[in-house]
Design a protein around this ligand. Structure first.
Ligand code: XMP
Length: 315
């Protein structure tokens, strides 16, 4: 049985011994990076700079919420607005692994810039076991390059420290509860953000569509779970497909994109079963998405694939 309290004590002690001088951690606002940040903060205090990068690929109002959370946890925060750089770097890129590598590399470039300004030579990452297992190594196949693993360049100028490398998500959540982090139960959100929920080229317009669709899926599912109509799935979101289909809007023909709704039940993200969401909830999701996105989305479908054979995200 995993002992969160012992994990915290041992990790803080070992971080104190390992980290020399100042360190940088990129905080997405997710459970993993927040837990890693709080552990390192306990070890080295103000010598840790917690950086949040707004990539332009975050969910609705997410960067604002992250800022508030990190301030509440008393972390030494830096905020970088980088949407323009991410959209420019992703222009014309379709292949999922290429997208992940570009995003990972751009993140690292920004980390290096901030580290140089702040005189930092250690980078903390919230990598957990499934991230590096699925990113492949000498013994394993690459399923997908998780941005915090696969995107790191070989000539990374920063020394890497990964305090959560050997634990799984349910254990990270236990540590988060132990540390009184108020987002211990928050659903995971991938490092590359909405970019991997847009199949094909990432554009600002498509990002706006998938951002709104994700917001609706989250709101409706959380409302239904709070009302006791269903259990909250492990993860639930929308994916924008590059497939256009014919629809009717008013009495006019429309030709819009397809949104896929994904909801999955899992324990550790390594495997999962698609959530058996009640039809009335799916109905509300589809109606709200098509109403709110107008002619831009003419069709909503539900993904009924388990993991394996599918992965949770579509890219
Ligand atoms: P997949 O899609 O591989 O996802 O079944 C497993 C879990 O990991 C999340 N995920 C990521 N998390 N960086 C992350 O920190 C990433 O690049 C990344 N890609 C996927 C995914 O949302 C799911 O919870």
């Amino acid at each position: 049985m995993f002992d969160a309290q012992a994990f915290v004590e041992e990790t803080v002690q070992s971080l104190r011994e390992t980290i020399e001088g100042k360190a940088l951690i990129a905080c997405s606002g997710g459970v993993d990076s927040t837990v890693a940040a709080v552990l390192v903060d306990k070890a080295i205090g103000r010598n840790l700079v917690a950086l949040h990068v707004d990539t332009g690929l975050m969910r609705k109002n997410e960067s604002q919420h992250v800022k508030q959370l990190l301030e509440k946890m008393g972390l030494n925060l830096r905020f970088v607005e980088a949407g323009e750089r991410f959209f420019d770097a992703l222009k014309g890129v379709v292949e999922p692994e290429k997208k992940r590598k570009i995003i990972g590399e751009l993140f690292v470039r920004i980390f290096e810039e901030v580290a140089e300004e702040e005189g930092i030579d250690t980078l903390i990452q919230g990598t957990i076991a499934p991230d590096w297992i699925e990113s492949g190594d000498q013994l394993r196949d690459t399923i997908k390059s998780h941005h915090n693993v696969g995107g790191l360049p070989k000539d990374l100028k920063l020394k890497l420290v990964e305090p959560l490398r050997d634990i799984y998500k349910d254990e990270v959540r236990a540590v988060a509860r132990e540390l009184k982090i108020p987002i211990a139960e928050k659903q995971p959100f991938p490092g590359p953000g909405l970019a991997v929920r847009i199949i094909g080229e990432v554009t600002r317009e498509k990002t706006e569509i998938v951002r709104e669709a994700c917001h609706i899926v989250e709101e409706e599912i959380e409302k239904a779970a709070n009302a006791g109509v269903m259990e909250l799935p492990w993860q639930y979101f929308a994916v924008l497909l590059p497939v256009k289909t014919v629809g009717v809007h008013g009495d006019k023909r429309a030709y819009g994109y397809t949104v896929a709704v994904r909801a999955i039940d899992s324990i550790d993200a390594m495997s999962g079963a698609y959530s058996k969401i009640p039809h009335e909830v799916l109905d509300r999701i589809a109606t709200r998405i098509t109403n709110s996105l107008g002619e831009r989305v003419t069709r909503v479908v539900y993904d009924i694939t388990n993991k394996p054979p599918a992965t949770i995200e579509w890219e």
